[in-house]
Design a binder for this molecule. Structure first.
Ligand SMILES: CC(C)(COP(=O)(O)OP(=O)(O)OC[C@H]1O[C@@H](n2cnc3c(N)ncnc32)[C@H](O)[C@@H]1OP(=O)(O)O)[C@@H](O)C(=O)NCCC(=O)NCCS
Length: 198
């Protein structure tokens, strides 16, 4: 496998991605309201290091996503999860959440995956479907060796998503992240390219 610093090699993920039910695409400036719809909810951010967002914070986060898109040595891929199916005529496709891939250690071809969904869409397999598509593209298009994820040990839904993605629990950290109001314990999950079920 080719080695090199991120600056010498700037591959990207071919977007949009399409799954059975979803489109995974770049964020656009007019996605702010959809992003705020989930980022502002305490039940969504209870296990996250950010939020619940004010309208201004949601605006800033979309601005940061757009800045990342212009980065020639892009390391952050925050992508919109959009439901493909339209139930009624005239209805718009809905942006239901986000999936993020961060190249945390390019020299070692390692990225971190994360996801967040509007609660209206929890429990239908969307997070696993979106993350799987991004991980498959990342292993393939970026030539990654390893994808990791961390989650608050209380976040049972997220841990289950990571297990459904074929990730292995490799560690349990004690009081490693300040989440909302306290230092929390986390799990570390990982999967290698050679193990991933494409
Ligand atoms: C975590 C999150 C993205 C999961 O999204 P989702 O689309 O509901 O996930 P999926 O439907 O793909 O899978 C969820 C799994 O967790 C299980 N689950 C949900 N709540 C659970 C709980 N309290 N205890 C045990 N399992 C639980 C579901 O049954 C499902 O497993 P199954 O398919 O085997 O039945 C969503 O809950 C969310 O947006 N949470 C807020 C943001 C967040 O915490 N992100 C993760 C940061 S690490």
């Amino acid at each position: 496998m080719r080695r090199g610093k991120r600056a010498e090699l700037a591959p990207s993920i071919a977007l949009p991605l399409e799954t059975a039910r979803l489109l995974i695409r770049e964020f656009a400036a007019n996605d702010v309201d959809s992003v705020h719809a989930y980022s502002s909810l305490p039940e969504v951010t209870q296990f996250l290091i950010w939020g619940p967002n004010t309208a201004e914070q949601s605006k800033q986060s979309v601005r940061a996503f757009l800045d990342d898109q212009k980065d020639k040595q892009r390391t952050n891929f925050d992508l919109a999860i959009v439901q493909k199916q339209i139930r009624k005529r005239g209805e718009k496709r809905r942006l239901i959440g986000a999936v993020g891939l961060k190249l945390v250690d390019w020299d070692n071809r390692t990225a971190e995956i994360g996801y967040v969904l509007h609660p209206e869409f929890w429990g239908a397999g969307y997070a696993a479907e979106a993350a799987h598509a991004v991980m498959a593209a990342a292993f393939h298009d970026l030539g990654l060796q390893r994808i990791v994820a961390t989650c608050d040990q209380r976040n049972k839904a997220s841990a289950r998503v990571l297990e459904k993605l074929g990730m292995r629990r490799e560690g349990a950290f004690r009081r490693s992240k300040y989440i909302q109001d306290a230092w929390r314990d986390e799990y570390l999950y990982a999967v290698l390219a050679e193990e991933f079920a494409f």
